[in-house]
Write a protein that binds this ligand. Structure first.
Ligand code: FAD
Ligand code: 2HG
Ligand code: ZN
Length: 494
């Protein structure tokens, strides 16, 4: 076999050969194998979508894409790759934002998209068992007639897969209410890096029989194995949901507002999302419905979207109305004004503005995304400091970075900073931003990746959030599961 001559970090791996492709075509249906190599080769254009990430930031080099239809097929592929030392990049919906689902060298892409069956659903317990390739939105639609919802929701729901969600430990818009996947995932089926199938597809709520191995794969970003099946607890659908968009005069009001809202809404509070003024204006520019008038906006610095989910419409409406009234009539009001949705359409439109930010950003230029956890009180300061940093380097303005904005899950302490390079990615912009932003985060004892993971973007920045001891033990775990380092090499670990 030819040794890969591309990137020295991948010299332990072999390039895919014609013989490999022939073998893959034996173990899979021929229509599940796409390769630029071999007798039935396709053009690189035909597999181009597997070789570029959602942002158009990371370009992959895979010559071969496999789309298995069963766990047994995944196992056969992995066994062969282990024998031949071929790298594997598991790929779900390819909506990840840190370059984790892209082949960095000559690894194959193992796409889970053809494994998309629901295996079972128990409407009493709400436990859903599904193939890893099921699209999140399809699962939501599957459980909806049974009056259940998925415990997570995110803007990428129409493309991302449950296996990708688990592998990135995706947070999203409902985390405040339903917690992380570390709590709602009950079991996993995983093909380990030697091809063994680890069947831990438990449907038990309680099972304290030793180490909880599934937790290791939640957020492992495909570096420890291929997730092929997921057992997950789906909560009952709330009988009543409402939302309100609040306009705030100053960022400093966000924290006291969060405390007030939490206290007043209590158990029905289900989301508390932050949008800064730059992000809001951008959303309006991109066609989202205007929520506030010019007069109101004059004195508004940022916004908060509050959602309630409960079981009694009148009760929840009353609580929300009382909240709004008390906020507006306070001696020192924390808000300028607020818009309470009055219909299902308005409810959806307030959410659409928040959920649509990532897509709007994408239309503005090329984004540098910093997905951080820092104390809520520091959210705006971090955005401002980053903007100042760009200004000091002469990189702020339409010639370079046109916008720096913050939005995210305040309720979870997670801020998304988006820096928009109007004319495309440029080394001088990246050098101004990194490691500067990571140093700022570290100085606040924050996390350099709150929810999107490390992928290929941030392994080198891991040390800003994890001690050497932690990183050492992460390496030991990786080495135990994947001693050949074939499973998503170059991702997560520095
Ligand atoms: P991919 O992008 O295909 O893969 C992501 C990582 O997981 C890669 O490292 C890949 O190798 C690995 N992987 C994928 N499938 C498997 C598998 N079956 N087994 C093993 N490894 C696997 N993220 C959030 O956390 N919260 C949000 O609110 C959020 N909103 C988003 C909104 C938009 C518009 C977009 C584009 C992205 C958003 N994301 C969000 C990021 C992204 O959608 C999530 O990380 C999502 O969970 C990725 O799922 P995916 O199926 O697309 O995975
Ligand atoms: C969100 O919360 C996603 O909308 C994407 O995590 C964040 O666009 C981003 O930076
Ligand atoms: Zn997010």
């Amino acid at each position: 076999a030819r040794r890969c001559a591309h990137n020295p970090a991948f010299s332990h791996l072999n390039t895919v050969t014609e013989e490999d492709v022939a073998h893959f075509s034996n173990i899979l249906a021929p229509s599940s194998v796409f390769s630029t190599i071999g007798s039935n080769s396709v053009s690189s254009n035909d597999i181009a979508t597997y070789n570029v990430d959602w942002m158009g930031k990371y370009y992959g080099k895979a010559t071969t894409v496999l789309r298995p239809r069963s766990t047994a097929e995944v196992s056969e592929i992995v066994k062969w790759c282990a024998k031949r030392k071929i790298g594997i990049v598991p790929q779900g919906g390819n909506t990840g934002l840190v370059g984790g689902s892209i082949s960095l060298d000559k690894e194959i892409v193992l796409s889970l998209g053809a494994m998309s069956k629901v295996r079972s659903f128990d409407p009493v317990s709400g436990i859903l068992v599904a193939d890893a390739g099921c699209i999140l939105q399809s699962l939501s639609e599957y459980v909806a007639p049974h009056n259940h919802i998925m415990p997570l929701d995110l803007g990428a729901k129409g493309s991302c897969q449950i296996g990708g969600n688990v592998s990135t430990n995706a947070g999203g818009l409902r985390l405040l209410r339903y917690g992380t996947l570390h709590g709602t995932v009950l079991g996993l089926e995983v093909v380990l890096p030697d091809g063994t199938i680890l069947d831990q597809l438990s449907t038990l709520r309680k099972d304290n029989t030793g180490y909880d191995m599934k937790q290791l794969f939640i957020g492992a970003e495909g570096t420890l194995g291929v997730v092929t099946g997921v057992s997950i607890l789906t909560p009952p659908a709330p009988q009543a949901s409402h939302n309100v968009m609040l306009a705030l005069p100053r960022y400093d009001n966000v924290l006291p507002l969060f405390q007030t809202v939490r206290r007043q809404l209590g158990e029905i509070l289900s989301s508390f999302e932050y949008i800064d003024r730059t992000a809001y204006d951008m959303a309006i520019d991109h066609g989202h419905s205007r929520i506030f008038n010019e007069e109101e906006l004059k004195s508004t610095q940022c916004f908060v979207l509050v959602e309630t989910s409960g079981s009694n419409k009148e009760h929840d409406e009353q609580k929300l109305t009382e909240l709004l009234e008390s906020l507006l009539t306070a001696a020192k009001p924390l808000i300028v004004t607020g818009t309470l949705s009055q219909s299902a359409a308005q409810f959806a439109s307030l959410w659409a503005l928040r959920e649509g930010l990532t897509e709007a950003v994408q239309k503005e230029g090329k984004p540098y995304k910093y997905d951080i956890s820092v104390p809520i009180a520091d959210f705006q300061r971090v955005v401002d400091v980053l903007r100042d940093q760009l200004k000091s380097r002469g990189l702020y303005g339409d010639h370079a970075v046109s916008k720096v904005m913050g939005y995210g899950h305040v309720g979870d302490g997670n801020l998304h900073i988006n820096v928009i390079a109007k004319h495309g990615y440029a080394p001088e912009i990246e050098q101004a931003l990194e490691p500067f932003i990571y140093e700022v985060v570290a100085s606040l004892n924050g996390s350099v990746s709150a929810e999107h993971g490390l992928g290929s973007m941030k392994p080198h920045a891991l040390h800003y959030s994890k001690s050497n001891v932690s990183i050492d033990w992460m390496r030991k775990i990786k080495g135990t599961f994947d001693p050949l380092n074939i499973m998503n090499p170059g991702k997560v670990l520095p």
